[in-house]
Design a protein around this ligand. Sequence first.
Ligand SMILES: [Zn+2]
Length: 201
Amino acid sequence: MNILPQLERLAKVLSFLPGIGERSALRMAVFLLESAPDYIDELSDSIKNIHTGIMFCEKCYTISDESICPICFSDRRDKSTICVVQSYIDMLAIENTDEYNGVFHVLHGLISPLKGIGISDIKVRELFERIEKDNPKEIIFALNHGLDSDTTISYIKKMIESKMADIKITRIAYGLSLSSDIEHSDTKSLGKSILDRTDIF
Ligand SMILES: [Zn+2]
């Protein structure tokens, strides 16, 4: 039996969502077909408006609805420690541990020669400008394990050290209980990995 064209079209766009395979996408499409019109209106309206009022924080480049995000704005955060993360979702994961009181810098990607992602494609230059201006005491790298992370860390570390010798550069600890993926790590293990961070030499 052929799938209805409307269902097929919707299932195809849904299948691009992270973690959604073709079968789940079709199941979601059927669910939506059978849903009340009010729910469909609310869903489509919230998708249409997802970019409304959204910007990058001028300091840390996280996604925010204000020009300076609440973390950068807060007096209670330690501005001398900057945790470098790949994405907004990883920043949220670290924030949820309640073990970190510094500020963040969101790179929005990693340097990857294989994927053609270079320095100008991510927020690296912005990090250097911020370090020169704010003169922090410590930079913590909280990036997933992998070749691209190693390349990114090595590049940033070299650049920092060529300009400022006295910044402590650390990386979150990876124990047996912490998976290589920050987003999917359990909160307790991730919190411990921040507390147990190690110097990078
Ligand atoms: Zn910010």
